[in-house]
Design a protein around this ligand. Structure first.
Ligand SMILES: *[C@@H]1O[C@H](CO)[C@@H](O)[C@H](O)[C@H]1NC(C)=O
Ligand SMILES: *[C@@H]1O[C@H](CO)[C@@H](O)[C@H](O)[C@H]1NC(C)=O
Ligand SMILES: *[C@@H]1O[C@H](CO)[C@@H](O)[C@H](O)[C@H]1NC(C)=O
Ligand SMILES: *[C@@H]1O[C@H](CO)[C@@H](O)[C@H](O)[C@H]1NC(C)=O
Ligand SMILES: *[C@@H]1O[C@H](CO)[C@@H](O)[C@H](O)[C@H]1NC(C)=O
Ligand SMILES: *[C@@H]1O[C@H](CO)[C@@H](O)[C@H](O)[C@H]1NC(C)=O
Length: 446
């Protein structure tokens, strides 16, 4: 031990000696230099010094760019529209397009409101009002990067890329077009600006893994995640109270808020969804898309793991027009305590924010739930399950289905043998997002 320690310290001793020696010589040189040169600098009113400093203050990035002689090139996309999940998917597609074109994506605007038809009514909201800009770039380094409009050097060096639409605009055509913009001479422009009607909602060229990578870099800004904290804390407080009241001997009395488990159920039972899903069931000749309120309650009540945990709060993520409908909170099995945001008393937290942020808070509350039950035909549910699956993979958990999953998810639109909802995890090696995110009952767990 001692001998091993002494070697480095002796080495450092010698090193420091010689370093100290060099320092003294250097300081002397500087002093001599200052004595002769400084008066002349002051003589020019200090401009010499100022110049010196402006040079040093140049950002490292711009120096590197100059050294490499390679301009950073950008991709510009239109405002991202529609619901939270469509916006996340469209944003990820914009990122993956930029990656394919070897460009930095200029930070796009998202949409705060949800007007399907009239794009002019979509209130823009900056990306960084919702997600952390720096965090995105640090986590996605080497994969995709976001840039600011201030980084663009020549605002006139733009090439427009008109994306096609409609049935004749095939995936292959779309891909060929992107490849063309990645070649000389089109790749020379500083900015490629994508134009077209909602160009990122339709064509898809990337595997689930690539989307997942982008989603992983999206972290809510603190202001919004704090709002989600408040809702989750409220849910846990209620759960704790109820368990204290129930006070059964087998219940652990050493309860803490952190441990308060809860289930989140994304209940899609509002009228327009029911109309949409009935049509879809007819078209795909299946009975596994629409679930009635009663079927959801019954299947959730049959989750075996849940029975061991009652009483437990069931957070109902429902559309606002169902908040007045008291029947969503009645009819649940004993021990399942249904709450939506109104009954929780957190409606005011939501109402302060525009649609997009309300949706982001609800997403977060479902994501953090100990158990999540959703509809496999809903994009909102699907992205939550993707996120939960990814969370487990990141923790090194390999069992994603089975009985002892850490963050279990279920699809209530598909039943299992015991009358419960079917266990659900995302197949991360799937080749397209469509296969896992919308219009599917392929839920990976068998
Ligand atoms: C991508 O761009 C960087 C610099 O902008 C360049 O060094 C690199 O060779 C490019 N890669 C491809 C595959 O074009
Ligand atoms: C984003 O929206 C703001 C208005 O909120 C607007 O001033 C800005 O130009 C938009 N940015 C882009 C890139 O469209
Ligand atoms: C910007 O790019 C255009 C097109 O390449 C070019 O004609 C123009 O001189 C450039 N302007 C500057 C200031 O570099
Ligand atoms: C109660 O829980 C805390 C933390 O989970 C633990 O440190 C403590 O030992 C527990 N006390 C009893 C009496 O079990
Ligand atoms: C996941 O997707 C891949 C690619 O489509 C497929 O080969 C594999 O069988 C799927 N796995 C499961 C469990 O569905
Ligand atoms: C489900 O997966 C199978 C095999 O991977 C595939 O043939 C089928 O089209 C998929 N169904 C849907 C609705 O995606």
């Amino acid at each position: 031990m001692d001998s091993r320690n002494s070697t480095p310290s002796r080495f450092f001793g010698r090193y420091w000696d010689s370093l100290a020696c060099k320092c003294v010589i250097f300081v002397m040189i500087v002093l001599v230099f200052r004595a002769f040169c400084l008066p002349s600098y002051s003589g020019y009113g200090g401009t010499g010094q100022t110049k010196l400093f402006t040079f040093i203050n140049q950002s490292p990035a711009s120096i590197t760019k100059q050294v490499q002689g390679e301009k950073v090139k950008f991709l510009e996309v239109p405002q991202i529209v529609w619901g939270l999940n469509n916006q996340k998917i469209a944003f990820a597609r914009a990122c993956l397009t930029a990656r394919m074109l070897n460009r930095t994506l200029l930070m796009p605007n998202l949409s705060a409101s949800l007007f399907y038809k009239e794009v002019e009514l979509l209130k823009p909201i900056s990306f960084e009002k919702v997600f952390q800009f720096d965090r995105f770039n640090s986590h996605c380094k080497g994969f995709v990067q976001l840039g600011r409009y201030g980084e663009v050097s020549n605002g006139t060096d733009i090439m427009e890329l008109q994306k096609g639409s409609g049935r004749r605009w095939t995936i292959e055509k779309d891909l060929d077009q992107l490849r063309m913009f990645n070649k000389h001479p089109l790749d020379q422009y500083e900015i490629i600006r994508i134009v077209g009607k909602n160009p990122f909602l339709w064509r898809d060229h990337w595997p689930v893994k690539d989307y997942a990578k982008v989603f992983q870099c999206l972290l809510l800004v603190e202001e919004i995640s704090r709002e989600a904290d408040k809702v989750v804390t409220r849910i846990k407080e209620i759960g704790l109270e109820e368990r204290r009241k129930a006070h059964s001997p087998q219940n652990d009395l050493n309860l803490s808020l952190e441990q308060g488990p809860y289930v989140a159920v994304h209940m899609r039972i509002e009228k327009d969804w029911m109309i949409h899903c009935k049509k879809l069931e007819q078209r795909l000749s299946t009975k596994q898309i629409c679930s009635s309120k009663e079927q959801i309650m019954q299947r959730v009540g049959n989750i075996l793991r849940l029975k061991a945990k009652i009483p437990i709060v069931v957070y109902l993520a429902v559309a606002d027009d169902l908040l007045e409908d008291n029947s969503v909170v009645s009819g649940w099995n004993e021990g399942l305590l249904p709450y939506e945001k109104k009954r929780l008393g957190v409606l005011d937290i939501y109402k302060k924010h525009p649609y997009l942020i309300q949706s982001a808070i609800d997403y977060e509350v479902c994501l953090r739930a100990d158990m999540f039950v959703g509809n496999s035909f809903s994009t909102f549910s699907s992205l939550i399950v993707l996120d939960r699956t990814q969370k487990m993979i990141a923790m090194g958990i390999t069992e994603l289905c089975g009985m002892d999953v850490r963050w279990p998810s279920y699809a209530y639109n598909i039943g299992d043998e015991s009358g419960g909802p079917h266990p659900w995890a995302t197949n991360m090696s799937d080749l397209s997002l469509q296969a896992i995110s919308y219009g599917t009952n392929n839920i990976s767990c068998s």
